[in-house]
Write a protein that binds this ligand. Structure first.
Ligand code: 5HY
Length: 254
């Protein structure tokens, strides 16, 4: 099978890291196609960045689907554009936050999330409520690490993340830790060993969940809220995003 992993920000080095993390857990028969949009924010830190990452995300999903991808992983911990992506895509679409939270509940009774900046915390808390995880989520913590500091080997990002995990163990009674940024994907295995509890990376969790659904022949239900977008004119610069343009009925390559 072929799965599409979309980093909705436009930082190629982060996309490469995410792709490597996805390939490290993918099954032998699973091809991972890791992409990012050409247009949009270099990192997603809060609601405003998030909105401007969605058009590029949807473009990449349309291209990936035309290239034969059977499932989609949204590799941003805000699960950016998840509902629109599910309406657009034919196969299953999973965001890394939702995947990590569900996987965590199968491993422990509670979790804390360690994300990047304080501005990202409210959105993740809202996702926990939306996903029915409020009674599992002990706390969403910020390590005070800008997203792109995770791309800088000279930064103190790793030390800050580990300090926040230690605080979560001391203060939250968390039985699992979830890494709250796709850019942390390469830390999970070493942190699990170092701290002696499940430290979950949403990229890996989402890849295995989408793999499972595709192998079960399951896809997003299209009879309700995730029904395919209705063809209609979109005026002005957004004409390229009108459903019949972005996803031509004949599935032609864009
Ligand atoms: C992410 N931002 O996973 C989120 C994390 C955050 O560019 N990729 C980003 O800080 O919200």
């Amino acid at each position: 099978m072929k799965l599409l992993v979309v980093n909705p920000n436009t930082t190629a080095s982060m996309t490469a890291k995410i792709g490597a993390a996805a390939r490290s857990v993918a099954a032998a028969g699973t091809e991972i196609v890791a992409v990012n949009p050409e247009r949009g924010p270099v990192s997603i830190e809060g609601y405003y960045d998030e909105v401007f990452s969605v058009p590029g995300l949807l473009e990449e999903i349309a291209k990936g689907q035309a290239a034969g991808c059977q499932g989609v992983i949204i590799a941003c911990f805000d699960d950016t554009g998840l509902d629109a992506a599910r309406a657009l895509a034919h196969g299953p679409v999973v965001g890394i936050c939702e995947a990590a939270m569900h996987l965590s509940t199968l491993l422990g009774g509670s979790f804390s999330v360690v994300t990047t900046l304080p501005r990202s915390v409210p959105a993740i808390e809202a996702l926990a409520r939306r996903y029915g995880m409020s009674h599992h989520c002990r706390r969403v913590r910020a390590a005070e690490v800008p997203v792109l500091a995770l791309e800088d080997p000279a930064s103190d990002a790793s030390a800050r993340i580990r300090a926040e995990i230690a605080a979560a163990l001391d203060e939250d009674r968390a039985e699992c830790i979830i890494l709250g940024c796709a850019g942390m994907a390469d830390f999970a295995r070493s942190l699990t060993a170092e701290f002696g509890l499940p430290v979950i990376d949403g990229v890996a969790a989402a890849v295995k969940l989408v793999e499972s659904m595709v192998s079960l022949g399951l896809a997003t239900s299209k009879i309700g809220g995730y029904a395919a977008p209705l063809p209609k004119p979109y005026q002005g610069d957004f004409a390229c995003y009108q459903p019949q343009t972005l996803m031509p009925p004949d599935g032609a390559k864009r």
